[in-house]
Design a protein around this ligand. Structure first.
Ligand SMILES: [Zn+2]
Length: 265
């Protein structure tokens, strides 16, 4: 029995997390160096996720001053500094672990985030969503269509095949929207009223006479500019609903310092 116990190897390392990565840690581990002991010599990725930090949030890991990837196996006494994308270490050769975002990101959004989806579509960001959306399907779509996963479920972010994702820190949909815009530098890419809030389809201007048979009589009387979703055929006009949505765009605009655009011509 004694002999068996002596075969188990333990590895003690020292961690320090930076920026938003501290959101995932226990209070006594936030923003300070702490000691951590693991069984065997696991990969740094497994060690980090066991501490509660998903790999999708980590952009750089320095071990004893050297930038390493997720496959690095921890060694006794390692001093490990872990950075998110927004905080960069002051060394020359950094191995970035997050994929570079090219062009407009497209999202796949977890089922409990219906309001965020509408906000994102309102600002013109392609967001795939289903009310009933099992995790394996979310992962499959993320991989197949190279979409960024947005979720409040940390477990989903620990899935190995998920390359790009963001964990939403707050349950407030408007704050979630602001956080996503900030995280992916989207303020300059806002294109309001270009996507259907219901189905993510493209919205285009439509002549009044083509759709007048589908309009309530009051709407027909007071409005002349109409837009229609090219997928589900939903019709949009600048009614009271539009004003409410404009307010959301305006509030986001104030934060990001972007010009408020009017409805597409
Ligand atoms: Zn639609």
């Amino acid at each position: 029995m004694k002999e068996k116990q002596s075969l188990i190897i333990y590895t003690t390392v020292f961690f320090r997390f930076f920026g938003e990565l501290n959101d995932f840690l226990l209070p006594e581990r936030k923003k300070k160096v702490f000691q951590h002991t693991v069984k065997g010599r696991p990969s740094i990725k497994d060690t980090l996720e066991a501490l509660g930090v998903p790999h999708t949030e980590i952009d750089c890991i320095l071990v004893n001053g050297q930038s390493v990837d997720f496959f690095y196996q921890v060694q006794e006494g390692d001093k490990i500094l872990v950075y998110p994308q927004k905080v960069q270490p002051k060394i020359r050769k950094v191995k970035h672990l997050q994929p570079k975002m090219v062009g407009r990101p497209r999202f796949v959004v977890d089922s409990h985030l219906g309001k965020l989806v509408r906000h994102l579509r309102l600002l013109g960001f392609d967001s795939f969503y289903k009310k009933v959306f099992p995790d394996p399907e979310i992962v499959q779509i993320a991989v197949k269509e190279k979409r960024v996963v947005l979720t409040r479920d940390i477990g989903l972010l620990k899935n190995k095949v998920v390359k790009s994702a963001y964990w939403l820190r707050t349950p407030d949909p408007l704050q979630q929207l602001k956080d996503v815009l900030k995280q992916f530098n989207l303020y300059s890419k806002i294109n309001p009223f270009s996507l259907c809030l219901e189905c993510n389809g493209k919205i285009k201007r439509v002549a009044k006479q083509r759709i007048s048979g589908h309009l309530p009589s009051k709407v027909k009387e007071y409005y002349n500019k109409f837009y229609q979703c090219q997928s589900c055929r939903k019709i949009y006009w600048q009614g009271s609903h539009y004003n409410k949505l404009s307010q959301i765009v305006g509030r986001v605009k104030k934060q990001g310092g972007v010009r408020l655009l009017t409805l597409h011509q």
